[in-house]
Ligand binder design. Sequence first.
Ligand code: ZN
Length: 221
Amino acid sequence: MSYFRYIDNGEGPTKLFIGGVHGDEGKDVLPLIKLLSNEDFSSGQIYIYNFDKTPYVSTIHREFYESEQGKKILDLIDYYKPDFYTELHSYNIKHFEKLTSLDRLDKDGIPPLIDCSQYVLCSSVSPLIRRKHFTKENICQTLEFPSFRGEDLKLSDDELFEKYDYDYDASVHEYMSFLRLITLSKNRDDFEKRVLKDYKKQADLALKYVKIIYGLDFPRY
Ligand SMILES: [Zn+2]
């Protein structure tokens, strides 16, 4: 069953959160979404969706936004016109190097994801939608939670720790820390302040990538 939660916190920014964007990611991020209590949110109108399994198409490919699932998400964006738009993804931990590599920029013209530590990654959203469906003032963020697929699924927690130095609780803590920057921020300035305080290195990288992709006159989030 797809999950939906609406929090009416009165006047304030509109925030839209989408989990289960594609594939089976919803099952990885739903437990994380459920860790958010109403006190974790600023004032405003909060909408949280987490979708069941859909065919996996990458959001960097146009086909995604032409698919039933992609269109559904675009409809939600265009309907709510969120001030804060956040995609909650998960990824196969095996792809950590590939996703954070600068090759992504050279080969696909897509900014690499940024390492927030504990295998949690962040970035803006797909360049295919950032300019067309949002204003410069909007905050657009992607968060990626590490998960295991394939043969890694057969490993015990100890073996996973051995192989990847991976600790589920530490990754959850990191993911939630970044997510709460978004949920708690009252506006763009507030968000920027919080990010620069706790994630200065990541913010610097985001600025570097956004200049390459969009040019000088574009915000990093
Ligand atoms: Zn994803």
